[in-house]
Design a protein around this ligand. Structure first.
Ligand code: SF4
Ligand code: SF4
Length: 172
């Protein structure tokens, strides 16, 4: 069957007229299609980074730690996120809340250290799902590429923590 199709194609090529052999009709037709798309088709590319596409609401970018309505850190160092992380990239050190920082924490325990190794993280969102305090979310920040040293990818609590009334600042 394949041989027959090829033979038919070859026969047709042999029968090309003089105009066909100039390829002008094919070139004009091709240019018409090109110009039609150039002028009337909506562009699918954007001039990144000046232009950005909207991010899906369920997008999972870099982590942000949340504060409650009183400005206190929501995280109570319960370790649920650490235990649920399949990449084992969360490191938490809990500490007791003492008098001078009591206003910043709702319970008696807080995360003195909270780090995420971003180079191991697979952005699965399990930490967000597991958190009983709604303290950690994967939000829209996705520009994580860098030429510098790998130590930048150890995300600290200070970098993740939501600033009261201000957008979160990112280092990378
Ligand atoms: S997104 Fe997944 S891999 Fe990354 S820290 Fe959370 S649980 Fe771990
Ligand atoms: S972020 Fe949530 S799950 Fe993780 S230690 Fe803090 S309170 Fe627990």
């Amino acid at each position: 069957m394949a041989i027959n199709v090829r033979a038919k194609y070859l026969n047709k090529t042999e029968e090309m007229s003089f105009i066909d052999r100039l390829y002008l009709p094919a070139i004009v037709k091709g240019m018409f299609i090109t110009m039609k798309h150039f002028l009337f088709t909506k562009a699918y590319t954007v001039e990144y980074p000046e232009e950005r596409k909207p991010i899906a609401p369920r997008f999972r970018g870099r982590h942000v730690m949340k504060r409650d309505e009183m400005g206190r850190e929501r995280c109570t160092a319960c370790y649920c996120c650490q235990y649920s992380c399949p990449a084992e990239c969360i490191n938490i050190e809990a500490a007791e809340v003492t008098g001078d920082i009591r206003n910043n924490h709702p319970e008696d325990k807080y995360a003195r250290v909270f780090e995420i190794e971003l180079l191991r993280c697979i952005f699965c969102g399990f930490c967000q799902e597991a958190c009983p305090k709604a303290a950690i979310y994967l939000e829209e920040f996705y520009e994580l590429a860098d030429y510098d040293d790998r130590s930048k990818y150890l995300l600290t609590k200070k970098e993740m923590m939501e600033t009261e009334g201000k957008p979160v600042k990112y280092r990378v």
